[in-house]
Design a protein around this ligand. Structure first.
Ligand SMILES: [Zn+2]
Length: 171
């Protein structure tokens, strides 16, 4: 879903989002690498200083996998949204430099704002880099504890190491 910035004018455009909006569901699924089971919210767009101010709220429930135990979890996340998308820098403009604080700011492309990119960026910002059972909003769907499997590298016996023989030699 793309919106032309110059067509916004002084009007505010509001988009309601739910599971029927396939492009939105797909954006969330790709951003969080999971299956979207619920999606609700609104995006309100307003032209501002050549770019677009996007405000509103978005909430989703996504079926994902815990990064530690790989168990299936329901991740409920979202909230209020306020993101600014600047007009894209002109090609060849060497004066453009971004400080780390500004890296969260997106850009419009060829005078258009891609709402799928807005949604994707919002949910990436809302989600922690590593997802674990018991984190806020994360509910494990299978019984059992969240722990790494016994095939973890640390459980490999020392004797299996080629350095085991060297250790015997030194003794
Ligand atoms: Zn887990």
């Amino acid at each position: 879903m793309r919106v032309r910035v110059d067509e916004l004018g002084n009007k505010r455009r509001v988009f309601g989002l739910d599971l029927d909006r396939q492009w939105a569901v797909q954006a969330v699924a790709e951003a969080l690498d999971g299956e979207v089971e619920a999606l609700a919210g609104t995006l309100s767009l307003r032209a501002l200083s050549g770019g677009v101010m996007v405000s509103g709220d978005l909430r989703a429930v996504v079926r994902r996998a815990c990064d530690r135990c790989l168990s299936a979890v329901h991740h409920t996340l979202g909230g209020d949204l306020d993101l600014y998308f600047e007009a894209e820098p002109l090609a060849g403009d060497v004066n453009v430099s971004l400080t780390p604080d500004e890296l969260d700011v997106g850009f419009t492309e060829r005078g258009e704002l891609d709402l799928a990119a807005v949604i994707s960026e919002f949910f990436v910002l809302e989600s922690s880099a590593r997802l674990r059972c018991g984190d806020p909003g994360v509910r494990r769907l299978e019984p059992g504890d969240c722990s790494v499997g016994t095939t973890d590298e640390e459980s490999v016996p020392v004797a299996a190491s080629p350095f085991g023989a060297l250790k015997d030699f030194e003794a």
